[in-house]
Design a protein around this ligand. Structure first.
Ligand SMILES: [Cu+2]
Length: 167
């Protein structure tokens, strides 16, 4: 019975680690990508790791997402210097390497009103894969629910096996 427990724990922890590595951050949390969202306070509660994704959720046509190439472009809301722009209303950006990236709204005036966010990504190895940091706050529900659908049958299997003492 003992090794069954161990196998189970290893499987679960492997899965939790994977989930922590592939978090999706909904920018702005429940308020989303909106002019009224306080992005500074949202960012301060997040840890961005390589492999994570950003999801910008907003009403298409009202806002957009432009990526700016430098700190000064970000500070000055120099939207014209955008290196990338998206406008679907549900834009996903993968954070594929460590470093700082700058995003702003492309709608006239919105960046100046504070609709911009600066994301600093750390390498996945730097941050411990502690469950508390990944499960807190606004890291996505899709990864979490995926893990549930995976863990649930495992728990079930474990219960069945331990009940009938096959091992
Ligand atoms: Cu906007």
């Amino acid at each position: 019975m003992g090794h069954m427990n161990t196998i189970f724990l290893v499987l679960v922890s492997v899965f939790i680690t994977k989930e922590a590595l592939a978090a999706q951050h909904v920018v702005g949390g429940s308020q989303g990508w909106d002019a009224s969202t306080d992005f500074n306070s949202w960012v301060s509660g997040q840890t961005f790791k390589v492999g994570d994704q950003l999801a910008f959720k907003y009403t298409s046509g009202l806002h957009s997402v432009v990526e700016l190439g430098s700190e000064s472009a970000y500070k000055n809301c120099n939207i014209g210097s955008a290196v990338n722009s998206m406008n679907t209303g549900s834009d996903v950006v993968k954070l594929n390497k460590p470093g700082t990236r700058y995003f702003a709204c492309g709608t006239l005036g919105h960046c100046g009103q504070g609709m911009k966010v600066k994301i600093t990504t750390v390498s996945a190895g730097n941050a411990p894969a502690s469950t508390s940091s990944s499960s807190s706050s606004t890291t996505t529900s899709s990864a979490a629910s995926a893990s549930l659908t995976f863990v649930f049958p495992l728990v079930l299997t474990y219960c069945i096996f331990s009940h009938f003492s096959f091992f």
